[in-house]
Design a protein. Sequence first.
Length: 202
Amino acid sequence: MHHILLMHRELPLDASDGGAWNELITSGTKFSSQRNPHSGAIRKEQFSEADIRGMADTFAQVTSWGPVAVDCNHGTLFGAVSAEDTKALGHISQVEVRDNPGGGLSLWGFIEWTEEGQRRVRAGEFRGFSAEIIPAAVAVDKATGKATGKPLLTGGTCTNSPFWPGLAPLAATEGREADVALAFGCKISLLKIEGTNSYSFL
């Protein structure tokens, strides 16, 4: 039997049924798809490889202030106050920097989904992710009041209209057939490679 390697990365030994590694943001430059109706400006966002590493470096600081939540369509960021609109669908518990196929860097995060969050991602209600980031120029450590000098990843949201396109489709669980089939748009069966944490197509 010939196997095709499914992922370029190994799956974590501690991956649980309630969480998965997801790509949160990449280095590069992106633009809005329309001009601001008032100013006529086109929104531009840019993150260098140093910014990606900086978000990983400051993540421990951010988690010391409280949970790094993942909600729905930036409800909290846009001023929603109801429990329904601001509830967490998951929490980012770990991050790591990885190379991406585009030649830059990606920040990946392990999202520990709530039962509802996992169900909605697995059902395909949300396929995109949008990170909530405080730029390095204005980022301040809550504990000291001092500038961090690096950007802060303070949260994220499940969405179907992400400003930052090209991220991997959201995964509800690690190495599960349902999530891989969602990403590829087809039925796929997986086989765990003996002695490794990698999976292959059958």
